[in-house]
Design a protein around this ligand. Sequence first.
Ligand SMILES: Nc1ncnc2c1ncn2[C@@H]1O[C@H](COP(=O)(O)OP(=O)(O)OP(=O)(O)O)[C@@H](O)[C@H]1O
Length: 592
Amino acid sequence: MSYRFFKSSWSWVVPSIKRLHSFGSLTLTQRYRHISGFAGEFESWKSMEGLRRCSANHVPLSPITFLERAAKVYRDSTSLIYGSYNYTWAQTHQRCLKLASALSQLGISPGHVVATFSPNVPAMYELHFAVPMAGAVLCTLNSRLDSAMVSVLLTHSEAKVIFVDHKLLEIARGALDLLAKTNKKPPILILISKWDIDDTTQTSLEPGTYEYESFLETGHVGFEIRRPESEWDPISINYTSGTTSKPKGVVYSHRGAYLNSLATLLLHGIQSMPVYLWTVPMFHCNGWCLAWGLAAQGGKNICLRNVSPKEIFENIALHNVTHMGGAPTVLNMIVNSPDRKPLPHKVDILTGGSPPPPQILYKMEELGFRVTHLYGLTETYGPGTYCIWKPEWDSLPLAEQSKLKARQGMQHVGLEEVDIRDPVTSKPVPADGKTMGEIMFRGNTVMSGYFKDLQATEEAFSGGWFRSGDLAVKHPDGYIEVKDRLKDIIISGGENISTVEVETVLYSHPAVLEAAVVARPDNHWGQTPCAFVKLKEGFDVDAQELIRFCRDNLPHYMAPKTVIFEELPRTSTGKIQKYLLREKAKALGSLS
Ligand SMILES: Nc1ncnc2c1ncn2[C@@H]1O[C@H](COP(=O)(O)OP(=O)(O)OP(=O)(O)O)[C@@H](O)[C@H]1O
């Protein structure tokens, strides 16, 4: 300890000790407040002497630092594998610096939007760092969109550059042609072909178009990162899935991305140097924020172009995968696939995006997966709550465990609060497991707002909470359970029917592969439940059998009155498009 510090500390301590003696009966906090003289009836926090906010103790939070640290701590460890390609963290860091430098040489400045249109190839991972390192905002477009939607989102986001996977080139060109017709300046196209095509398609590139690898090589590693001035600065725009309306541009900040990345690592139990299989699309909520998060733990990113059960099982064995994620539809695909097999070791899998039927959770655990169930929206950076597992549940039968796990749980550490409140009065509903209300969020991992839509932003935040549009109950243990979307709930004879509950029963029938329940208008009841069902191969049951099965397992008013067998329409993120099914049910007319 230096003399100066010792002297100044001592001069502070002596009178403090004297004061401490005279207030011997106070609590520790009260004593501290008294001796440091800054709180309660004395003075406010802000006048506490000797403090200074400066670059030594205050840096805007940003996930960019995860990569910089990984390049030192995990320098020679593998950062990414794609087919026969692999990189170390030092290489990934250098490649991202070069890419950021190349972007800035192209004229990309802080605040500009850079779009991607690609599956989970290595470029997607690199762009998650390179774009914010150039000070720009990353906009990852869903790789399953068509030209028309891509052109709409490019117009809305005002992207200056778009990175396009070579297999999506035609769709992207179609989008740019549409833009040109509206006299909008199209973004510069950079083609991602390196990892799949040996001789680059350079020669077939149109003027003003670049190839990813040669573009990256124009940058230099000495690039000075354009760090956010404020942690509130935007880092990405994520468009919602468009399940209930047209996609909205949700803006994430550096701060929120940093916090949600860490929270997701924690809830997923990701320790140092995991092996992560990329089955969650990075375009969806930045891979639930793990595109950034894995750098914080020096993870090995196993990138996959196509996600199929065969590839999943092969990669798990080949790379010793420890963690992965997937929407319930991916889990359903795994448990019903002929390629499924017991795992060579435990794999932690995160699932969320729609309600996971307990039967599917059950079968996943039987195969050797350890499932963590999360719930959230694009507006909450993906994961917002999760079903925190309690050791006392381990001794319950697996079926019982799966029912508990199908609940959406409680908020993760990055969020302040999640509550179920009456959508009209905003008062909390009782924790009785019965009273439904709207799920509302508050905290640092809630979006900054909808890009260019202040009205929608204000509506979403009215009352000081973010309103999710989802209906849920709160159980006596505080865990929440989603019952429906506000737009999907069925009201029959004055009774609310949770379509999720009816679907859960349908999924428990051995012949049912997929099920979705919607409202069918009814002259007598107002609405009745109408089920759309896809059967497993080789099964043949009729509507009456499924209705009987539901009546045996649910109050009669909740059982579907109509069952239609067909393929279920899905959004590009795999969610069932209930509004399309509702239109079909409406076209059937009243049953009564
Ligand atoms: N674990 C879960 N259980 C039940 N529902 C879930 C779960 N996770 C997510 N969801 C549903 O997904 C929704 C969030 O989806 P996302 O943000 O991808 O866009 P979207 O709501 O489908 O699209 P849009 O807002 O454009 O209609 C939630 O509001 C909720 O309805």
